[in-house]
Design a protein around this ligand. Sequence first.
Ligand code: EPZ
Length: 426
Amino acid sequence: MDVIKVEGGHPITGEVTVEGAKNSALKLMAATLMAKGVSTLTNVPDIADVHVMGKVLKNLGATIEVVNEHELKIDTTNVDSWETPYDLVVQMRASTAVLGPLLSRFGKAVVAMPGGCNIGARKIDMHILGLEALGVEFKIDHGNIHASAPHGIHGATVTLAFASVGATENLMMASVFAKGSTTIDNAAREPEIVDLANLLNEMGADIKGAGSPVIEINGVSELHPVTHAVVGDRIEAGTFLAIGALCGEPVKVKGFDPRHLGLVLKKYEQMGIRVERGSRECTCWREGPILPADIQTLPFPGFPTDMQAQTMCLLSLCQGSCVITENVFENRFMLASELNRMGADITIEGHHAIVHGVPAFSGAQVKSPDLRGGAALVMAGLVADGETVVSAIHHIDRGYEGFVPKLVSLGAKAERDTLPDLDHEI
Ligand code: EPZ
């Protein structure tokens, strides 16, 4: 059983440079299916999910040259399949991001129904409803989604019931070659959506309004391969800034745009955290107690759900009480019970977490509930009394490249270790 061991109480300060955004890179890789030839992606994070998306593309017939751990040359010339099997989708639900590109390239796609995950049902009904408006027909059988556009894909106006990131991305990619123009209303506005639209436009697409609630896509006939750098990972950046806020000494994070963490940094300032913004970097530290602040997660530019766990860790030590409301996923409070094992005082009431600040965490054996919760537990270990052992760290490896080495470079006493799997011994 792989674990991360952290010894609390060591000064944490210095600077880290974040990688390219996981939640953009995966979609940019899928989008290369729409331009026959060799596209080069740089600033790609070297994380497990990128490796899985690589397998998905190879399974479709693409070849990938790993120039180095952060640069991929993806050749989609010989892509001749439109089927993505269950064993790959079950590893990573973001594989559904190939739905739009495959429909654009082949007019059909077969993608295994993504299962839920531990943060929620992760349905794709909005993807399906929106694509149906574009002329796509769906049949679901034996756990597979069979999508086809027998009469071609035509432009339409689609209003999303919720500003879904994945639905916005699939609709945008499925509309690139549509006959006529498509309008996506109530579109997601995340920086990763803008990065994808930028890549597609560099390839020759005609997309306007990405980053606003209304995106317009005018159909073009074909796309050409390009070279594109993945946008910096605002959530990895936010994770390390939260570490500076928690431990108190300055942590400078480089390689991302602080405007992509606008509300997070404003909230952190309300919590008594010092924030110094640059154009491509930001520093956080603390000179006094963590003050309570109520948090509501919402689609961008609202407070990002992917920063909820890290902020729950911070607020667990606040001087007072506050409420965290999770409006995006239905089950993203599993971190609370693990933090309570470390001495936190958090009560869950539906989609609210009531947090009563405590003076300190005590080190304990804890288990990562998901990607961001795992990072938050390691964070807590940095200031806990004694040693914290975090298990199920495969969750962390999905989205954080070199998490432990980066922490050690900031002064942490942390290491990966492998413990015997107790259940094998009994
Ligand atoms: C993306 O997931 C990110 N993942 C998530 O990051 C992120 O939390 C989320 O956007 C919100 O910002 C990737 O980009 C790979 P949604 P996605 O569609 O696209 C429901 C992380 O930690 N919904 O905006 O799946 C859905 O169940 C991960 O990096 C439907 O009901 O998010 C969820 O409750 C976690 N029907 C909510 O909407 C649909 O058709 C938001 O989902 C689509 C979504």
